[in-house]
Design a protein around this ligand. Structure first.
Ligand SMILES: Nc1ncnc2c1ncn2[C@@H]1O[C@H](COP(=O)(O)OP(=O)(O)OP(=O)(O)O)[C@@H](O)[C@H]1O
Ligand SMILES: [Mg+2]
Length: 274
């Protein structure tokens, strides 16, 4: 039976073994802390609410799955956490930064340095080779990296996804699974603390999808936090943390199979990121 854990920090399934039936709040540093976060478009009777007063923490180095029916707000929440979009209210702390308070330019710079993003349909530039797509991400990150180091980092990222022999291929000369692996190489090449992947396996068959999932899940070894949006319940079951969305709200949140309720206040929010 799942227990309810009331906590201001994060319960980590990666923590030490616990006595049966006892959930010990474990002080894993949250990488993501959302407090009362909403995203609304339009006003009055035309208002459309994508995310509705969400509170959540995601621990550093965790794989967190966001699941829920179509239109429940998964992509909207993922875009907020990734700094692609900004909440209309609430506070959102990622890796110690109040990203809801950054200007559009600051947010873009922060995102380039701190977040890797993977989409369902890869978003590779069609006229650039696999290596050029990855290398471009280094250039756009604003890191000052010389040409030979840029090439070496690109090669290493593509090797890490098993594509060392396909670096010169254009996207249309690669399978869907390979294209997604290039997208993962591009997302990890700047060694971000956070990867946000929105249905990265959604266009792939089961074998290619499993490879992509394993690559993303393996990033935890380096302490990377991965937010993984998926419709695939089997993959979501493998995550450390599972966040279920319904009508823009979190309808259920569990970590290591244990239900989590996080009564965030301004105090616990600050305490949670120290
Ligand atoms: N730019 C926008 N303007 C107005 N409403 C939007 C906008 N983007 C999303 N929405 C609305 O926000 C809600 C959540 O959309 P979202 O794309 O986050 O759902 P989702 O859970 O990712 O769905 P799916 O599984 O189909 O990808 C939907 O009702 C959607 O219509
Ligand atoms: Mg979506």
């Amino acid at each position: 039976m799942a227990l309810i854990s009331h906590e201001s920090s994060v319960t980590s399934p990666l923590s030490a073994p616990q006595a049966p039936g006892f959930t010990k709040p474990h002080a894993v540093r949250p990488l993501v802390s959302a407090h009362d976060v909403s995203r609304q478009w339009g006003k009055g009777s035309n208002a459309q609410l994508g995310v509705d007063r969400v509170d959540l923490n995601i621990g550093s180095g965790e794989l967190a799955a966001i699941v829920g029916p179509s239109g429940s707000g998964k992509s909207t929440l993922g875009a907020l956490i990734a700094g692609i979009d900004r909440p209309t209210s609430g506070s959102l702390v990622v890796d110690g930064e109040r990203i809801d308070q950054l200007s559009t330019d600051q947010l873009a710079r922060w995102r380039g340095r701190n977040v890797g993003i993977v989409f369902q349909d890869f978003h590779l530039l069609p006229t650039l080779s696999a290596a050029e797509n990855v290398e471009l991400a280094i250039t756009l990150s604003g890191r000052s990296v010389g040409r030979s180091k840029r090439r070496a980092e690109t090669r290493e990222a593509l090797s890490s996804v098993g594509l060392a022999d396909k670096v010169r291929r254009l996207p249309n000369e690669l399978s869907g699974g390979e294209q997604q692996r290039v997208a993962i190489a591009r997302a990890v090449v700047n060694r971000p603390r956070l990867i946000v992947a929105d249905e990265p396996t959604g266009s792939l068959d089961q074998a290619a999808g499993s490879t992509v999932f394993e690559l993303l899940a393996g990033l935890r070894r380096d302490g990377t936090t991965v937010v993984f949006i998926t419709h695939d319940r089997a993959l979501a079951a493998e995550a450390d943390r599972r966040i279920e969305m319904l009508d823009g709200s979190v309808s259920r949140h569990s970590a290591g199979g244990v239900d989590v309720r996080i009564p965030l206040t301004a105090d616990t929010l600050v305490a949670g990121v120290q």
